[in-house]
Ligand binder design. Structure first.
Ligand code: ADP
Length: 317
């Protein structure tokens, strides 16, 4: 379980995160989503005790980041954005080193290394020097070191950044396998990655958490409007005029088409206007060819959230 309470961090005079609070329950897989520079790595470095916050506090598995920093570092599996690998070591030697640093008992080291190598598909590269591995395999080594000591909490910072598409699929597959019985916080600026791997999403922008929920809850909560597309083969002027006056309709925009009439009708997302619009088109003899509601995807909503202009100073909200 991870709890962050009012985390704020300044780098010199520059604020990186501001009053970041959230809770992640045991066994949850949560995506930490935000554009580059939003504050994901800063939050993660604080949670993994690599850096203290300027103010606020956090607990990981009940351990306090100020008082139990060493225990947290031993207990949490952390994959930093750029993995500090000792490139002159072989995979095996490096993982041995990681096991020692995490306090794995000497008699258990062999079996522990075997376990993490198998989880990350590294058996065949055990004796290869890390410097000679592809970026995808280095990332596997990074994941393997995070898994040493079988941590119940895994924190992964942009685990697929810089990988090619096939390596991305492989790493996502490994993460999918790791989800069982673990609390995972995974940061990413790629929404489909988070939607694919996580049961809940925390969205951070400009250092502040701006939304949280399951992907489907976020989509329905943040959907600001629904667009209904209607295509008619007959006369449509009267239909368009009447639709505009219906309660719940915001705008009716004709889409130019030759031969038929097509409209994009923006409605309040809390009411489903499809049957009323269909009934009107039939009553007016408009020759209804098509009627469908298009909803924004989570990606559209994410883009809307993170690109929204801040309100002008002094503006009423
Ligand atoms: P993200 O991980 O979402 O890309 P970061 O947490 O790395 O975001 O960065 C948040 C903000 O803090 C950015 O404006 C970044 O430039 C700044 N920042 C990050 N690390 C440092 C640092 N060591 N010194 C100064 N500014 C930093």
């Amino acid at each position: 379980m991870i709890e962050a309470e009012g985390l704020t961090k300044f780098y010199g005079p520059r604020g990186a995160i501001k009053n970041v609070s959230f809770e992640i329950e045991k066994g949850e897989v949560v995506g930490f989503l935000g554009p580059n520079g939003a504050g994901k790595s800063t939050t993660i470095r604080i949670l993994t005790c690599y850096m203290p916050p300027s103010s606020g506090t956090a607990r990981v598995e009940g351990l306090d980041i100020y008082e139990d920093s060493l225990k947290i570092r031993q207990k949490v599996g952390y994959l930093p954005e750029s993995v500090p690998l000792y490139k002159d070591l072989s995979v095996n030697r490096f993982l041995r080193f990681a096991a020692g640093a995490k306090g794995v008992e000497a008699k258990k080291i062999n079996s522990e290394i075997g376990r993490v190598m198998s989880a990350c598909g590294l058996e065949k590269t055990a004796n290869r020097t890390i410097a000679n591995l592809s970026k995808g395999f280095r990332q596997r080594v990074g994941l393997a070191q995070a898994l040493v000591n079988n941590p119940s909490v895994l924190i992964l910072d942009e685990p697929t950044i810089g990988l090619d598409p096939s390596q991305i699929i492989e790493i996502r597959h490994i993460i999918q396998e790791l989800r069982e019985d673990r609390t995972i916080l995974l940061s990413s600026h790629i929404l489909p990655e988070v939607a694919q791997l996580c049961s809940r999403v925390l969205i951070i922008n400009k250092g502040e958490i701006i939304a949280t929920g399951t992907p489907s809850k976020l989509t329905s909560q943040l959907q600001k409007s629904t667009t209904i597309v209607v295509e008619l083969s007959g006369p449509s002027a009267e239909f368009a005029r009447e639709v505009e006056t219906m309660p719940g309709i915001r705008t009716v925009s004709p889409v130019s088409l030759s031969g038929t009439s097509k409209f994009e009708i923006e409605t309040d997302p809390s009411v489903d206007m499809r049957s009323q619009i269909a009934a009107l088109a039939v009553a007016k003899g408009c020759g209804l060819l098509e009627l469908r509601a298009t909803q924004l995807s989570l990606e559209d909503i994410f883009m809307q959230l993170v690109t929204e202009e801040p309100p002008l100073e002094g503006a009423q909200s």
